[in-house]
Design a protein around this ligand. Structure first.
Ligand SMILES: *[C@@H]1O[C@H](CO)[C@@H](O)[C@H](O)[C@H]1NC(C)=O
Ligand SMILES: *[C@@H]1O[C@H](CO)[C@@H](O)[C@H](O)[C@H]1NC(C)=O
Ligand SMILES: *[C@@H]1O[C@H](CO)[C@@H](O)[C@H](O)[C@H]1NC(C)=O
Ligand SMILES: *[C@@H]1O[C@H](CO)[C@@H](O)[C@H](O)[C@H]1NC(C)=O
Ligand SMILES: *[C@@H]1O[C@H](CO)[C@@H](O)[C@H](O)[C@H]1NC(C)=O
Ligand SMILES: *[C@@H]1O[C@H](CO)[C@@H](O)[C@H](O)[C@H]1NC(C)=O
Ligand SMILES: *[C@@H]1O[C@H](CO)[C@@H](O)[C@H](O)[C@H]1NC(C)=O
Ligand SMILES: *[C@@H]1O[C@H](CO)[C@@H](O)[C@H](O)[C@H]1NC(C)=O
Ligand SMILES: *[C@@H]1O[C@H](CO)[C@@H](O)[C@H](O)[C@H]1NC(C)=O
Ligand SMILES: *[C@@H]1O[C@H](CO)[C@@H](O)[C@H](O)[C@H]1NC(C)=O
Length: 704
């Protein structure tokens, strides 16, 4: 609200938070408009006080105080009495203590139950009734300011200050350019202005790169910059193509050589977010080189990461850097920024190459890792997120000391406003809007592609028609795709790799292909039946994860929420939470991996329209399973220890586990604490485990 990008003082350093936020918020605002929801609900409250400037800027923008700001030397009691007597006063906060800027800030809500914090001194701010958030208004406010304040001499966008020395200053502009693309594509009235502005900026960047090459973050993340340059080649005013191709080449030359790095995963700067963003580097490069090796490299890097660092959620491990030594431990973490960037990268890879494996992976990450990183005592809302999430997550502590992750702080796995670092708070909001924009594509032959499944309605460009996908996927097993075409076209339907028995209008459709349907002019409706089976995937030390369709199913733990801080909004809104388990977690799955259907039974309760899709209580579907407690599988460093070798219940010729217990495994994205990777129980009488045995369609050995 007080960003340097709009003339304020906040968002210092790299100036990356505002561009991160706009990169998600611009498409979100226009998607909401398309759904006729231009306003977001009002949030009442006060942002956390920051005293660094000595100004009362915490009241600017967020709360419409302005002239209502009244500074008085009054005691808490008299401020309270004053507020109670004033009709328009909903509450107040105190001016913090400048000598102790991190001290708690007292906030009092007249209509809430109690003052949130006490102590403080001599001034207060009236809180007026909040207005609903005008999402498009905010987009215009930021984007129009930024456009109007472009340096008209040079073309530079936004603040131009000391950060430049490291060659890093191109990086925050990378997200600004992506936000500008979204703005230009969604709002015809600004198209010319935005494309011109982007062109001016990129030509200035080209000039600067001659003397100050890409460095640090900008060098690692060149592919995202290149995407925008490529967009400009297709959309900018004519006459600059040669310069822009040249710039695209420069970005590749000055940027990190990810094509080489992904072959070995060794050396360099193995930062998880850089890697997640760089997944798409070969796909982006392919667009200007048409070098078919790059497709193989793209598929290969996904497999390489899976082998060394992969997880059942489709992500790889990384707390800041890839873990050293390499591990796929389900107790280790991956950062939320890495998750949203991987979603965007895999979408880009699918858009360029059309391989179903990339779209399968988009869904796997989006429908499992992404929603799993929120928790709330109310289930399903997105007020509190983690910095690091784990597949086997038995605690989310505010001070995990010691902890199993290597480079992040003791609060990295708790749920809150900005645990560990605030980057993910700014960046996570690109997840859903970008996914929504990556569901339906046009094909080179003028056809329409359903790449990723979700309920969606789309108008095709140039009045070519309309497509809708009616489904409650990933919770349901069917989708009805309706096309209204101005002229005959081909509809391409992705049949996921796991959908081995899929049908389209009753006829078999091969898994892992783009199934073609000829649509005549006019209306066509087709029904896709995915017919998924429950399947097991095998991980290290003989552990298994349980999957069905796009979803991973995990054991949810009983939850003890402790609110450790309140930031803004009413008491149900922005809080930090520590979450600890109230039920045991150290279970082995009692399953015969050769016959998972014998003990794993799928149930569909139905998705309730209007409910939060990944609500953490009333799950749309679940799998009943039998588990047995493994007494020697213990907590270690505040996380679950590595799962024991399977069969976990047989030790020294004895059965050491507890009795069989029936449990429900639920969508991983709808859990706060959970076990997602289990040892297999095994029995004294059973044959050796036959994981990976050929001939059973319900098992796979690792994700693709
Ligand atoms: C939004 O409103 C317009 C005009 O009333 C209507 O045509 C359109 O179908 C609505 N869109 C949605 C998603 O409800
Ligand atoms: C509040 O009190 C301080 C210290 O006594 C004084 O310097 C200041 O002028 C007072 N402010 C107002 C608005 O009366
Ligand atoms: C502000 O904080 C300092 C340092 O903790 C303390 O000495 C001082 O008394 C505080 N002032 C007020 C008015 O609370
Ligand atoms: C874009 O529009 C703003 C006014 O909203 C103007 O100040 C700016 O110069 C325009 N930029 C370009 C590149 O035309
Ligand atoms: C534009 O950039 C030039 C070169 O850095 C600088 O001298 C000038 O002051 C800038 N203009 C504005 C309006 O900031
Ligand atoms: C294609 O890309 C690969 C990987 O970067 C590279 O080794 C090869 O030389 C390229 N081929 C051509 C013809 O440029
Ligand atoms: C596999 O088990 C060994 C021995 O207990 C352990 O050191 C290792 O960390 C485990 N691997 C994983 C990925 O948990
Ligand atoms: C399709 O299913 C078969 C088994 O029926 C499997 O071997 C193959 O890997 C699957 N294809 C893809 C792309 O996953
Ligand atoms: C919940 O956690 C808090 C600490 O965060 C602890 O004091 C309390 O005893 C726990 N309650 C239960 C039921 O586990
Ligand atoms: C989640 O489900 C519960 C139980 O039906 C409901 O009370 C709650 O409002 C839901 N939460 C959200 C965010 O939809």
């Amino acid at each position: 609200m007080n960003s340097v990008w709009i003339g304020g003082e906040a968002d210092t350093g790299l100036h990356e938070r505002t561009p991160y936020w706009l990169n998600g918020f611009v498409p979100l605002a226009f998607l909401l408009r398309n759904a006729n929801a231009t306003e977001l609900p009002a949030t009442r409250g006060i942002y956390k006080y920051k005293a660094s400037t000595g100004k009362y800027w915490y009241t600017k923008g967020y709360l419409p105080v302005g002239e209502d700001l009244a500074k008085r030397n009054e005691t808490f009691e008299s401020a309270e009495a004053y507020c109670n007597a004033q009709h328009e006063c909903l509450g107040f906060t105190f001016h913090g203590n400048d000598s102790a800027p991190t001290a708690p800030v007292p906030v009092y809500f007249k209509k809430e139950s109690e003052p949130v914090l006490s102590a403080g001194w001599n001034s207060y701010v009236k809180i007026l009734a909040p207005k609903p958030v005008d999402a498009l208004g905010q987009v215009h406010k930021y984007m129009d300011y930024i456009l109007a304040h472009q340096n008209t001499t040079t073309g530079w966008l936004g603040p131009d200050d000391a950060e430049k020395a490291l060659g890093n200053q191109y990086w925050p502009r990378s997200n600004m350019l992506l936000a500008m693309i979204a703005y230009a594509e969604a709002e015809p009235a600004v198209y010319d202005n935005v494309t011109k502005s982007m062109l001016l900026y990129t030509l200035e960047m080209k000039r600067r790169l001659e003397t100050l090459p890409l460095g640090e973050w900008a060098a690692a993340r060149w592919a995202d910059l290149d995407l925008s340059v490529q967009w400009l080649i297709e959309h900018a005013p004519a006459g600059h193509a040669a310069e822009l191709f040249d710039l695209s080449d420069t970005l590749h030359r000055q940027g990190t050589d990810w094509e080489a790095w992904f072959q070995t995963l060794k050396g360099g700067w193995p930062h998880n977010v850089n890697i997640a963003m760089a997944l798409k580097s070969a796909a982006v490069l392919y667009r200007t080189t048409i070098n078919s090796t790059l497709r193989e490299l793209s598929l290969g890097r996904m497999r390489n990461l899976d082998r060394a660092y992969g997880l059942p959620t489709g992500m790889f491990l990384g707390d800041e850097y890839l873990p050293t030594p390499p591990t796929r431990s389900p107790s280790r973490g991956i950062e939320l920024c890495g998750v949203v960037e991987a979603m965007f990268s895999y979408s880009t890879m699918f858009a360029v190459f059309g391989d179903t494996a990339f779209a399968d992976r988009v869904e796997r990450v989006a429908y499992n890792a992404f929603p799993a990183t929120w928790a709330s005592p109310r289930g399903g809302d997105m007020w509190a997120h983690q910095y690091l999430q784990a597949v086997n997550e038995i605690n989310a502590l505010s001070n995990a000391d010691p902890h199993v992750w290597q480079r992040d702080g003791a609060a990295a796995e708790m749920y809150g406003l900005e645990p560990n670092f605030g980057c993910c708070t700014a960046n996570f909001n690109q997840g859903w809007p970008k996914l929504a924009n990556s569901l339906i594509y046009t094909a080179a032959d003028g056809g329409v592609v359903v790449g990723v499944y979700a309920p969606v309605e789309v108008s095709l460009p140039n009045g070519q028609g309309y497509v809708s996908v009616e489904t409650s996927y990933p919770f349901s097993d069917t989708a009805t795709v309706r096309v209204k075409a101005a002229a005959a076209l081909t509809l391409y339907l992705r049949i996921p790799g796991w959908a081995e028995e899929a049908t389209v209008d009753g006829a078999p459709a091969r898994n892992g292909t783009m199934h073609e349907v000829a649509c005549p002019k006019g209306a066509t409706a087709v029904r896709v039946d995915f017919n998924p089976g429950v399947r097991l995937e095998m991980w290290d030390n003989g552990t298994v994860s349980v999957h069905r369709g796009a979803l991973l199913f995990s054991l949810p733990l009983g939850l003890n929420f402790t609110t450790t801080a309140h930031h803004f909004g009413d008491m149900a809104m922005s809080n930090d939470y520590q979450v600890t388990p109230t039920t045991p977690w150290n279970y082995a799955l009692d399953v015969d991996p050769a016959k998972p259907h014998a003990s794993l039974e799928y149930h569909f309760r139905g998705y309730q329209s209007g409910a939060a899709p990944f609500n953490h209580t009333n799950w749309a579907c679940f799998i009943t399973a039998t588990v047995r407690q493994v007494p020697y599988w213990k907590e270690r460093m505040n996380s679950a220890a590595s799962p024991p070798e399977s069969p976990a219940c047989v030790r020294n010729g004895k059965d050491v586990c507890g009795p069989p217990i029936q449990v429900q495994l639920v969508p991983h994205g709808g859990t706060d604490l959970r076990i997602g990777e289990f040892p297999v129980a095994g029995t004294l009488s059973s044959e050796p485990l036959m994981l990976g045995r050929k001939g059973n369609k319900n098992q796979k050995t690792s994700p693709t």
